[in-house]
Write a protein that binds this ligand. Sequence first.
Ligand code: CS2
Ligand code: MG
Length: 403
Amino acid sequence: MSTIERARVVITCPGRNFVTLIIETSDGVRGVGDATLNGRELAVASYLQDHVIPCLIGRDPHRIEDIWQFLYRGAYWRRGPVTMSAIAAVDMALWDIKGKVAGLPLYQLLGGASRQGVMVYGHANGSTVAETVEAALEYKTQGYKAIRLQSGVPGLASTYGVSKDRYFYEPADADLPTENVWSTEKYLRSVPDLFAAARDALSWDVHLLHDVHHRLTPIEAARLGKDLEPYRPFWMEDAVVADNQESFRLVRQHTTTPLAVGEIFNSIWDAKLLIQEQLIDYIRATAVHAGGITHLRRIAAFADMFNVRTGCHGATDLSPISMAAALHFDLSVPNFGIQEYMRHTEETDAVFPHAYTFANGAMHPGEALGLGVDVNEELAARYEYKRAYLPVNRLEDGTMYNW
Ligand code: CS2
Ligand code: MG
């Protein structure tokens, strides 16, 4: 029987920080898992190095479920983004190993392909509506069938999702948290104009999405949902902070705009009421922050019972290992909705060589064994960790708010 012989954490920063777990078996098979938690990378690295890896050595790498349960129940202090990102990294690496030993790409172990390809959405953004619509037209020209729109807000110096560089968005922008200023009133006035201009320019043969990024109250979200109905958004994401899942009941009562939530969820318990009361249409949880492929499959199966589809998070602060894991999952899961695709930089892609591809608005994980991605440790070593925080938000009167 093969056993887990070695495991180590690789921290690298090819433009932004990534944390990777490598597991190696006594048969010489190597698996990789993403453990990146934006702004708290070292916490997960330590959780793995100091508390998880000692428990892995000598175990049977094929007992993925048993190891998952050992790490979840055995932690005593259950759930939370750090714990579940660490468990996720182990889970992804063990599925990678199982695929390699089986001689199959991971999606074949998850039940095979349920579709030809995985529809993705790109990120059009700009400091003005005109710039954002121009970027969206470029994405449409590149073949995207779904495009997220994020525009600057008149009267605000900065806002979520608008990057200095049109294609690469990295919000963790400083050694200490940058303080942004937010005004809901100014924001609510600007979004309908953005969608009106975008529909006018892009017509109806492309899906349009928007990320509110946790910044509205339920009644404000209800108002924005109603204001956007004429433009038929594919979804309005993170309309309201979801700590209180019941608050989505009010939004749901007032608008037919589809709702997506969950990129910051780390277990099924964060979404239970939202799913069973059908308060959302898409669940955004993804492998790296929600306990890996094993737990993500549980969340998707529960969601399927209530007509909720998947819409996995896929920002640049999730490494190409997470993108690969998501694409294998997306290709197979029956209630697939859409996959976020924020392209990584060439530097990052060089550190994480991968088999996945993009064409005509969709992606495919490829036919390489396991996850079909690896980490080039020699190249990774050239990029030192660099502390970086996500920004914080204050209202115009100085009140601390949600970023
Ligand atoms: C965003 C992310 O991709 C999204 O939908 O919410 O860019 C998010 O802000 C980052 O992943 C945070 O690290
Ligand atoms: Mg988001």
